[in-house]
Design a protein around this ligand. Sequence first.
Ligand SMILES: [Zn+2]
Length: 295
Amino acid sequence: MNFKITPLNTGFIPTKPLEYHYHFSCKPYLKDIPDEPVPLPDFTFLLEGEDGTLVMVDTGMAWTERANKYHHKGSWQTEGVDDIESMLKKTGHTPADIDLVVFTHLHWDHVFYLEKFTKARFIVNKKEWDYAHNPVPLHFKSYERPIIAKDGDVIVAPFDQDGVKERFEFVEGETEIIPGISVYESFGHCPGHQTVVVETENGPYYCVGDSVFVMGNIDVTKEVEENLHYDIMPPGRYVDIVASWETIRDTLARCKKAGVDPHKHLLLAHDKGLSDFVTEYEKEHGVLPKFGDKE
Ligand SMILES: [Zn+2]
């Protein structure tokens, strides 16, 4: 079954390029890249099937206060504008309409407001679920572990809420979720990351989550290639750089095999180029862009 894909940005998170976007070994060759925080968008994707099936890839980040206090300082989600419910409203849908949510991973910026998705099946990789519930302290915040709470706050991870956690289903390896939507493991950014492959009239699109952190990761510069012999520009945030590297190679190989341009068919969660495109498109057409029409 073919789908149409609508990118929905749920806010902005400032990150340092030389800490998050690219591995520190690339630093001497990235003199034009600023070393101060750049606000990156936080995309989710709405997938609308030919038969009306509604699927989300991730549900995005928290409100400004929560994002700022426990995660990245300077993050923002404009109330009534960027949160997933408001973004879905622009497409004529509500969270309660969604049939299925497939998670790339369970970091805080991909999982908020799950309680609003009252009928959806939730799909995540088994390794990611297990790790999210038993991370090393370095990742307590990423997975919203209750221990991070301060000032009398009570923290319950969105995926651990009553009425939500019972609806999670686990997958491993490469598998079809429903006709037209499949996942494959894309480990490295976190222990159980997966990429969601979406069939469209225009060939497959790959919702790669954070496994390709910025589009620059797929295009090695001449200098880096000559001096370091790299075949990609490795990202800066990972739990396993080898897995991360192999994942990017694997994803590029899949695009090549499918005969699609990765610059157009990879949909990243934190792609500034995509948010610039969406903003321009919306300004010009008054609606959000959709991917998947035959070119
Ligand atoms: Zn993320």
